[in-house]
Every structure is written in C-alpha cells, then in structure tokens.
Design a protein around this ligand. Structure first.
Ligand code: SF4
Ligand code: FES
Length: 248
C-alpha cells in the first residue's frame, strides 16, 4: 500500500507544533501500525531527518504505552485494540492517515506523539493499592469467599491498562473511566473494603488536582477504550465517593 501520513511534529513541550505530511510506499497490510511507524522512521533516519517520537513498550496490548490519535480516534478505527494491535489492513491503498498525540492539558506533549501521562501514576499512588499485613499471620486470600459475579466485575475493571484513551476521547478530558476502573477493582472485593473510604477520596482529589475535567456522560471513553471498561464503573465510583463523603 502507498499512504500519505500527516503527523504531528513538536520538538518539545514549549515548541509550537505542526502537522507534517509524508509519503510512505510498500506498506504491507500485515504490518502492525507501529511497524509501519518504524518503517517510516527508518526512512527519515536514512534521509538524515529526525525520527518521529512515539511511546511503545510491550506491543501486545498490555502496557498501555502506545498512545496515538489516529484519524480522530484514540488507538485508531478498530475497536477493543491498542495502537500496537491495530493492523494496516484496516486502511486502504492511497489513504491519508492523520496521526496526533493524545491531547489533554493533564497530558503535556513531551515530543511529537509522546505525552507525559505521569498524572495517572500520581492518581494510582494516591490510593490504587491495598495495604497488606506481612507479619506472617496474613490470611490467605484464597480463604476469603468472593461472589463470582463480583470477582468477574472486579477482574473486568482490573483489565484497565492506563493508556489514557478515555481522556483523549473525552471532550472534557475527563479521567473518570480510568479512575473508576481502579476504584472499582478494589471496591468489589473484601480485601479493598478496609481502605475504601480513603481510597476513593484520595484518588478523586488527585484526579481533580491534576486538571482532568468532569464526566458529562457522553460515553466516548467507553467506545474508544481498548479494554472495554464500562461506564458502570463511573456510577460505582460516584456511589463510593458519595458514601465516603457522608462518612466524613
Ligand atoms: S479506562 Fe480504558 S481507555 Fe481509560 S486508561 Fe483504562 S484501558 Fe485506557
Ligand atoms: S505497546 Fe503496550 S499496549 Fe501497545
């Protein structure tokens, strides 16, 4: 396939960015999107030009690093896949593909398509954990019965990979789908109940401090989430937050 790529180029956080147009030839439909970007970068390097900076790590849909806004959609036109799992067969010969970074005030551009998502780390550090007594008399987790329905829902919430597509897709740059997945994964389990009040208060406060917007129930986050995280988690987080607020 021969393609035209329109890629956001920005030297650093303070530089003024711009869309730059490139041509790329002989792209195999079997390539992943990132392999196509690698091929493009090899050509740029061969021409003595600066390669396009973009994030990636696992390249198998697990780490959540590959943040690209492709043709106006986080992770591109496919559903329930990350950019690294997107294949070039989703495009046609002669297509023009627009590639931008995930945009949100809380995700400042580092360079080109790479953005700083450390705000998510700080939200997670604020409460996304359980404190475990390691004195030697800790109860075996398998000895605590958990309703299968709750276990499945907690597992579904835990599949959030922290990619940030929900933020990039939201007109308010809200992080509520991400934060609610992290809150829900513990709220549904007995192990998470002990710190539930502090957890939801701390994580929501940190989310607000980082400058993410609020949720207005548009639902774009759920559509673009590569892991199918449900809006139902936002409703659960709101209930948890209300309950924590009433407890003071
Ligand atoms: S909720 Fe979905 S879109 Fe948002 S960070 Fe988690 S996996 Fe990514
Ligand atoms: S590179 Fe890890 S999810 Fe895409």
């Amino acid at each position: 396939m021969n393609l035209t790529l329109k890629i956001w180029r920005q030297a650093n956080a303070d530089a003024k960015g711009e869309m730059v147009t490139y041509s790329i030839a002989d792209v195999s439909p079997d390539m992943s999107f990132l392999e196509m970007m690698d091929m493009h970068n090899e050509q740029l390097i061969g021409n003595g030009e600066d390669p396009v900076a973009f994030d990636h790590d696992c390249r198998e849909g697990i780490c959540g690093m590959c943040s690209m806004f492709i043709n106006g959609e986080a992770h591109g036109p496919d559903r329930l896949v990350t950019t690294c799992q997107l294949h070039m067969r989703k495009f046609k010969d002669g297509d023009t593909i627009t590639i931008e970074p995930f945009r949100a005030n809380a995700f400042p551009v580092i360079k080109d398509l790479a953005v700083d998502r450390s705000a998510f780390d700080r939200i997670q550090q604020a409460g996304g954990f359980v404190s475990v007594n390691t004195s030697g008399n800790t109860q075996d987790a398998n000895a605590i019965p958990i309703d299968k329905h709750d276990a499945d829902k907690a597992f579904d919430a835990a599949t959030c990979i922290g990619c940030g597509a929900c933020v990039a897709s939201c007109k308010n740059a809200s992080a509520m789908l991400f934060v609610s997945a992290k809150v829900s994964q513990y709220a549904l389990l007995p192990q998470g109940k002990v710190e539930a009040t502090d957890r939801v208060m701390s994580m929501v406060n940190q989310m607000d401090e980082e400058g993410f917007g609020n949720c207005t129930n548009t639902g774009a986050c759920e559509v673009e989430c590569p892991k199918g995280i449900s809006l139902e988690n936002i409703a659960r987080m709101n209930r948890e937050f209300m309950s924590a607020t009433l407890k003071g």
